[in-house]
Design a protein around this ligand. Sequence first.
Ligand SMILES: [Zn+2]
Length: 392
Amino acid sequence: MVKPLRELLQKLFRHRAEPADLAFSRPLVLLESDDWGRVGVRDKQGFESLRSRGLRLGEHPYDLYALETATDVAVLAHLLAQHHDSGGRSPCMVMNFCTSNLNFKKMRARRFEQLELLALADGLPGRWSRPGLIESYRAGIRQGVFYPAVHGLTHFCSAAAENALAEDGERARLLRMLWEAETPYIYWRMPWIGYEYWNPEKPRAGFLSAERQDYLIQQACQEFSALFGTRPTSACAPGYRANGHTHRAWSKSGIRIVQNGTGSGLKAPHVDEFGLLNLYRTIDFEPSQKELEIEKYLQIAGSCFARGWPVIISSHSINFHSSLKDFRTATLVALDSLLTALEDRFPKLLYVHDEDLYAIVTEGVCPRIGERVEVSTSQQHWKPAGAHQGAL
Ligand SMILES: [Zn+2]
């Protein structure tokens, strides 16, 4: 045990072959959630408009991805506030925001020939309407049940969309049909659209250049500040697609924590060469997409806690949506059950968010939680066969 750890970590960076794993003396639980603020199918009107143009919507949950309402957000905040850890604190969900949407009005005026963005801080695009939504995010943040973080400017790769427009073929027609209905894209129908920092196809396949990523990240951080009045400290790349350039640009923009998906298997947190604390999610909680297995999640939590690793519950905003389909009701019941089960099974657990964990790692103490959490480091990695949830 070394406290504070900063000196030790700096020493480890200088000599390390592999970054040191971090372990914690208390069972820590985090909630991380993606895609907030990102519009999809524009409620019933947009849904009917797309159906009338021949798109067979309803084949996949993401055909029913719209945008959260102020009520969706408020009832989630209410549920989180009902739960408490051993120190009496409620869980605080890390919400990753896309800070821009496509500016459909401006794009329509230019016959959908190029991309234009509208910052979420400046409102919703076109005919999208969500009274009170921004205030509901802010209310949850003030209440201490939400912690805003940055996902990206857009979720899709702008280079991929620009390639499709330049080709002016079937893909451009699909994009323009969606844009007419004020839907930016539906990923499962067009995975060639990629993720913000990663273009899956030629030309310009692969990760965007360092300069381009740097620009996108700076822009997203500025828009985040306009929205919440504070700089983001935690980030999660759309599609979890990030490379060294992404990490360098994040670090330069003041990001201190990087969220990774469950795809790497169960993995301990570590600090990378840019000084970023890398966290790996543990449990995919996606009631809109699959049956839940609470007992299995508890076993995974037990395995993590036994090794001193935090349990990070991952969930996407679609699970809390209600406008096109009520995903929300079942999700809240399931989340309530999962949190209750964790609190019962692990009575010493502490709910923390990303910045709390960073403070624990770098300072040995977190002012917000006010309880002692010891941190140790090791060079061990644990990748048990079969323990990971695979395709979740
Ligand atoms: Zn996402």
